[in-house]
Write a protein that binds this ligand. Structure first.
Ligand SMILES: Cc1cc2nc3c(=O)[nH]c(=O)nc-3n(C[C@H](O)[C@H](O)[C@H](O)COP(=O)(O)OP(=O)(O)OC[C@H]3O[C@@H](n4cnc5c(N)ncnc54)[C@H](O)[C@@H]3O)c2cc1C
Length: 433
């Protein structure tokens, strides 16, 4: 590698690709160095005969403003469509699926899962969060005033459990007690209204954003070394390139390893951030399996306690829309099941057995199983980490080394995109473009 780009971006996830796109628009010469043989990182839409297997970044809402802008700019606005059952879920309690609308403010107030005192505790905690409008829907720091306590603080045990069942453990891979209340505060504004997906797969957005960018796949960056007149980027195998600026758009632990001499607040942030994991199996079925709770169609079923025989299952998402014929279920493992210690076949056997116990109509109907394991899944913003993040941004050496990725804004696709836009704005300003 003997070229000298203005900016080298490490990581071709949606954060790195967005940063590269914004920097190119400012007239800068950019290369993206990517370890894998494909772009998109955690986002990948895998097409197999008659089926779409989504690996990450699957759903969005109306509040994903940066993502919606990107979709529109690439002619994909029409591809974003609401899912049939939205945020409506069934939460298993005493052997019965109770209905819960996890995407509306009134959902917790109407559900039979919570009593009057539980609902009162939620109103007390969520009221101020709802009144506080976030300045940026893809950036947790806009809700950092709530970052003094956990997402479960002030809630009754049943209410914290309800939230853990729905938008917390199921969505973040960790219980509410481990998350900052800032995550909950932002989530109340972002996860509302319609739950949407990109027809044909979110991978279409990745391909569009990557278009025209010089992405060098199979390039594993091993270290970056800031020097007086630029940054030296070292690549596994002994190669290196020099750039005026570098954007590390990889998960926090990778960034920590590549830049051990980062300023102390930056080092503290990337070392402290960890990412949860998620393990699940796609079960293809001969006929579509429809999910219901209290007589209403729901998009997912959430299993909060180990009531089911195998004690492995965490939730079921109805993925019929992703197969040409028949049906499909996306079945996640509960955190307590420690799926990482199970082999693929054992995990699939246990999850299938749990599904068959809950849905006897599935017995004899499964035609294919695909196990998926994702680590990183989503960054864990613990109490205190959001205020630390706000501090980090002030200590990035202007225009020399910058950071992007969902750990730099908020733990979802909108957060990753916003982080790429933020990094590009800082680097572009420093390089005066
Ligand atoms: C199963 C799953 C489901 C999800 N569902 C949703 C959802 O429904 N809605 C939502 O909003 N979000 C969802 N997410 C989260 C979303 O996918 C992520 O927030 C987002 O994709 C993160 O993008 P990123 O660019 O920050 O990181 P990544 O996508 O992780 O990109 C980082 C890139 O850096 C590369 N890299 C790392 N180290 C190096 C190195 N040394 N050299 C070169 N390259 C390197 C990696 O290979 C990777 O390509 C989901 C995630 C998963 C896993």
């Amino acid at each position: 590698m003997d070229d000298t780009p203005d900016v080298a971006v490490v990581g071709a996830g949606i954060a790195g690709l967005t940063a590269a796109r914004e920097l190119r628009r400012r007239g800068l010469d950019v290369v993206v160095l990517e370890r894998d043989d494909h772009s998109g990182g955690r986002i990948r839409s895998e097409h197999r005969p008659g089926v779409l297997l989504e690996h990450g970044g699957i759903f969005h809402t109306h509040a994903y403003t940066s993502m919606r802008r990107l979709l529109a700019e690439h002619g994909l606005a029409e591809a974003a469509r609401p899912t049939a059952t939205g945020f409506h879920a069934g939460v298993l309690r005493d052997g019965v699926f109770r209905h819960a609308d996890l995407g509306s403010v009134t959902g917790p107030l109407l559900t039979r899962l919570l009593g009057v005192r539980d609902k009162a505790s939620l109103l007390r905690v969520a009221g101020p969060m709802l009144l506080a409008r976030p300045a940026d829907l893809g950036d947790l720091t806009s809700m950092r005033r709530f970052d003094t306590r956990s997402a479960a603080a002030g809630l009754s045990a049943a209410t914290a459990g309800y939230l853990t069942a729905g938008p917390h453990e199921f969505l973040w891979g960790v219980p509410s007690t481990e998350l900052s209340a800032a995550v909950f505060a932002l989530q109340l504004h972002v996860f509302t209204g319609e739950l949407r997906e990109v027809s044909g797969g979110i991978g279409r957005l990745v391909a569009a954003v990557a278009g025209g960018t010089d992405v060098r796949h199979g390039t594993v960056v091993s270290a970056i070394r800031p020097e007086p007149d630029g940054v030296r980027v070292e690549v596994e195998g002994g190669d290196a390139l020099r750039a005026r600026s570098v954007v590390l758009a990889c998960p926090a632990d990778a960034a920590a390893g590549l830049w051990p001499d980062a300023p102390a607040p930056v080092r503290a942030h990337v070392r402290a951030m960890d990412h949860s994991r998620i393990d699940y199996v796609y079960l293809r079925t001969r006929r579509p399996v429809e999910l219901h709770a209290e007589g209403r169609p729901v998009g997912m079923e959430v299993i909060t306690s180990p009531e089911v025989g195998g004690r492995t299952i965490g939730g079921i998402y109805g993925a019929n829309a992703w197969v040409d014929d028949g049906g499909m279920l996306l079945v996640t493992a509960a955190r307590a099941a420690r799926a990482e210690d199970l082999g693929d076949d054992e995990l699939a056997d246990r999850l299938q057995a749990d599904v068959e116990k809950l849905h006897p109509e599935v017995v004899g109907e499964v035609t294919d199983r695909v196990v998926m394991r994702h680590q990183p899944y989503t960054p864990t913003f613990r109490p205190g980490s959001v205020r630390r993040l706000a501090e980090v941004r002030r200590h990035l050496p202007a225009g020399r080394v910058d950071l992007a990725g969902d750990h730099m804004s908020a733990p979802w696709v909108e957060g990753a995109i916003r982080s790429g836009e933020h990094a590009a704005a800082r680097v572009g300003a420093a390089l005066r473009r």
